[in-house]
Design a protein around this ligand. Structure first.
Ligand SMILES: NC(=O)c1ccc[n+]([C@@H]2O[C@H](COP(=O)([O-])OP(=O)(O)OC[C@H]3O[C@@H](n4cnc5c(N)ncnc54)[C@H](O)[C@@H]3O)[C@@H](O)[C@H]2O)c1
Length: 269
C-alpha cells in the first residue's frame, strides 16, 4: 500500500478531469499536491480547493519547464515522493495520415514527456531510496485489438511505449526503493476530443468513425477509484477495463495476436 500521508505528489496534466478526481482522493489521504498543467488558471483553481497544494505551469515538452516544476515542488514541500505522469494527447487519423511532424509532436508529448519526468525526479528519489512513478497509458495499449484502434494507431503506439518505459523503470529501480504503477484508463467521459492530424482528410475520418460501433465510457471518478485501489494493492497495472485479467490471459494465450480480443469488446445498442 502506498502511504500518501504527508507525502508530496506531482501530477502533470493535473487540471484535467481525471487528474482532478485523483488529486482530491490523494489529498483526502493527506498528500500535498503539485498540480502541473499548461493551463495555469485551471491548475490554480484546483490547487486552491485542496488543503495543501500549489499550481505550476508546465509543458512536459520542455525540459526547462519540467526542471522548474521540480524546483517549485521542492521549494514548497521539501521533496517529491510520487510523480504521476498523466499528460498525454490523442489525435485522430489513419496511420497513413500521420506526417513526420504529427509523429514527432505526439511522441514528444506522450513518451519523451514522461521520460523527462523520470530523468528529472528519479535522482533525488534514488538518493532517498524511496519514490513512486505513476505512468498513464491506456487500455488501448494494454489490451490490443479494439476496433477503434484503426483511428488511433499512433496514439496506441505512444501509449504502448509508455508501458515499456514503466516496465523498464520498474526493472531497473525496484531494488532501489522505486515503485511503479501503469494506469490504464478505459474510454472515460472527460470531454476528450481527439483532433484530426494535419495529414487527415476530415471526410474520410468521418466515414471511418461512423462505421465504428459505439462503446461504453467510464466516469472519471471510476477511473480514479481504480488507480487508488491499485496503489492500495501494490499492483503494477491499474486497469479500468472490466475483466481485464481474463482478457490479458486470452491475449497471452494467442502470443499477443490482437485478433484474440477483437470479438471481446462490449458495444452499445
Ligand atoms: N479520456 C480517456 O478516455 C482516456 C483513456 C485512456 C487514457 N487517457 C489518458 O489520460 C490522460 C488525460 O486524458 P484526458 O482524457 O483527461 O485529457 P483531456 O484532453 O481532458 O486533458 C488534457 C490535459 O492535458 C493538459 N495538457 C495538454 N498538453 C500538455 C502539455 N504539453 N504539458 C502538460 N499538460 C498538457 C491540458 O491542459 C489538459 O488539462 C492522457 O494521458 C490520456 O492519454 C484518457
Amino acid at each position: 500500500m502506498l502511504n500518501l500521508d504527508g507525502k508530496t505528489v506531482v501530477i502533470t496534466a493535473g487540471a484535467s478531469v481525471m487528474a482532478q478526481h485523483i488529486a482530491r482522493l490523494m489529498a483526502g489521504r493527506g498528500a500535498n499536491l503539485v498540480i502541473a498543467d499548461i493551463n495555469l488558471d485551471a491548475a490554480e483553481s484546483l490547487a486552491a480547493a485542496l488543503p495543501s497544494a500549489i499550481a505550476a505551469e508546465c509543458d512536459v515538452r520542455s525540459s526547462d519547464e519540467v526542471e522548474a516544476l521540480r524546483s517549485a515542488a521542492i521549494d514548497e514541500f521539501g521533496a517529491v515522493d510520487v510523480v504521476m505522469s498523466h499528460a498525454g494527447i490523442a489525435s485522430a487519423g489513419l496511420v497513413t495520415d500521420y506526417t513526420d511532424d504529427d509523429w514527432r509532436y505526439l511522441l514528444d508529448l506522450n513518451v519523451i514527456g514522461m521520460a523527462r519526468l523520470v530523468r528529472t525526479f528519479l535522482p533525488a528519489m534514488l538518493a532517498r531510496k524511496s519514490g513512486h512513478f505513476i505512468f498513464t497509458s491506456s487500455s488501448l495499449a494494454v489490451l490490443h485489438g479494439h476496433p477503434v484502434g484503426v483511428l488511433a494507431a499512433p496514439y496506441i503506439t505512444s501509449k504502448a511505449a509508455v508501458v515499456g518505459l514503466a516496465q523498464s523503470v520498474a526493472t531497473a529501480y525496484r531494488e532501489h526503493g522505486i515503485g511503479v504503477t501503469v494506469f490504464a484508463p478505459d474510454a472515460t467521459e472527460t470531454g476528450w476530443a481527439p483532433a484530426p492530424v494535419s495529414g487527415a482528410d476530415p471526410d474520410e475520418l468521418r466515414r471511418v468513425m461512423s462505421s465504428l460501433p459505439r462503446y461504453p465510457r467510464h466516469s472519471p471518478q471510476d477511473a480514479a477509484d481504480v488507480l487508488m485501489q491499485a496503489l492500495d494493492d501494490g499492483s503494477f497495472l491499474a486497469s479500468a477495463t472490466p475483466d481485464h485479467a481474463r482478457l490479458l490471459h486470452l491475449q497471452a494465450d494467442s502470443a499477443l495476436d490482437p485478433a484474440a480480443l477483437t470479438s471481446q469488446y462490449q458495444t452499445l445498442d
